[in-house]
Design a protein around this ligand. Structure first.
Ligand SMILES: C[S@@+](CC[C@H](N)C(=O)[O-])C[C@H]1O[C@@H](n2cnc3c(N)ncnc32)[C@H](O)[C@@H]1O
Length: 325
């Protein structure tokens, strides 16, 4: 059977639009602003208490790397995991702007480990109880990891990317992978390819080969499940835009805050453990924007409180939640 991704009407439509120099309608719904002065906070709080303060439709991207009930730490034990997760998933959908996205990290756990929760559980739940759209299941493939004897040693995790509506924002150009010179030279001779596309590089696909952090990685700040900056950076670049708000309510090592600062996005974050504030200090010391202030409370003057009115204007422009296919 032919590969549908190359023949579907949406793909052909986008190609035709780009040839005419046009942009996807989702691009017209966002307002990119001066990203040199951004605002950030990391609050020590339970995620549900924190989320309750955030206005509807005010956040562009949620980076969400939840506990999965695999007894990794005391915060990773839930008697009814799905009942708990359902609460923050509903809140996540509520606070996302119509152009927004949820990037949900996780794995498909070995059954004995899975207990009552893994990424499959959450995807299945969202398909039934949410109108968000699964845009991609990103496979994060890493060369380093634990060995195993009773199954193939695991070398991937998944990131389920949900768009709040079909108008989700996606900046592919910001994350393209450049071709090497030899490939570019060959492609320039191929008359079917547009020279601008050859210069821009390739779509990085939904398989991301990026190492996990080793114990002695320079990026490490002490959190046991810290994600690499490179992974978060690709999400922030592609799924949010300068001046928009990025939220991480399981902040852990505060790597999302670091990336938001570096990429000119506003950010809000929380973690139930106060030690996150210590991790944050280490993250800030590693950025070239070490002078940026990060508050430990969410002030009413944070830009997240100005975004809801923008989003309401967008909804007025006819963007509703699309039903799941
Ligand atoms: C998997 S870790 C996140 C790691 C993070 N993505 C990183 O790269 O460092 C999950 C985090 O959620 C926090 N956490 C667990 N339950 C929480 C809750 N109810 N509210 C807020 N944070 C919570 C834990 O303290 C932990 O730091």
């Amino acid at each position: 059977m032919a590969n549908r991704s190359h023949h579907n009407a949406g793909h052909r439509g986008m190609n035709a639009l780009r040839k005419r120099g046009g942009v996807h309608s989702s691009e017209k719904l966002v307002e990119k602003t001066d990203s040199r002065r951004t605002r950030h906070c990391v609050v020590t709080a339970d995620c549900l208490d924190f989320l309750a303060n955030i206005p509807d439709a005010s956040v562009q991207l949620i980076v969400c790397d939840p506990p999965y009930n695999i007894q990794l730490a005391h915060w990773d034990v839930h008697a009814d995991y799905l009942a708990w997760a359902a609460k923050w998933l509903a809140e996540a959908e509520r606070v996302l702007a119509p152009t927004g996205s949820l990037a949900l990290f996780g794995g498909l756990q070995y059954q004995a480990e899975a207990g009552s929760g893994d990424l499959l559980t959450l995807i299945h739940y969202l398909r039934r109880h949410s109108s968000m759209l699964l845009a991609n299941l990103i496979v994060w493939n890493y060369p380093n990891g634990m060995s195993a004897h009773r199954f193939f040693a695991n070398r991937h995790e998944e990131i389920a990317w949900f768009g709040k509506t079909s108008k989700y924002y996606f900046d592919l150009d910001s994350v393209r992978e450049p071709y090497d010179e030899a490939t570019k030279a060959a492609y320039r001779k191929d008359k079917r390819l547009r020279p601008e596309s050859v210069e821009k590089g390739r779509n990085p696909t939904n398989v991301w080969q990026m190492p996990r952090l080793n114990g002695n990685s320079k990026e490490r700040v002490g959190h046991p499940t810290q994600k690499p900056r490179e992974v978060i950076q690709r999400l922030v670049r592609a799924l949010s835009y300068p001046g928009s708000v990025v939220l991480d309510f399981f902040a852990g090592s505060c790597v999302t805050t670091r990336v938001a600062i570096e990429e000119g996005r506003h950010s809000i974050a929380c973690d139930a453990e106060a030690v996150a504030q210590e991790y944050l200090k280490k993250q800030l010391a590693m950025t070239n924007a070490a002078t940026v202030e990060v508050s430990d409370s969410l002030g009413s003057d944070h830009p997240v409180f100005g975004r809801a009115s923008e989003a309401a204007a967008i909804s007025g422009a006819g963007v509703g939640a699309a039903p799941n296919p």
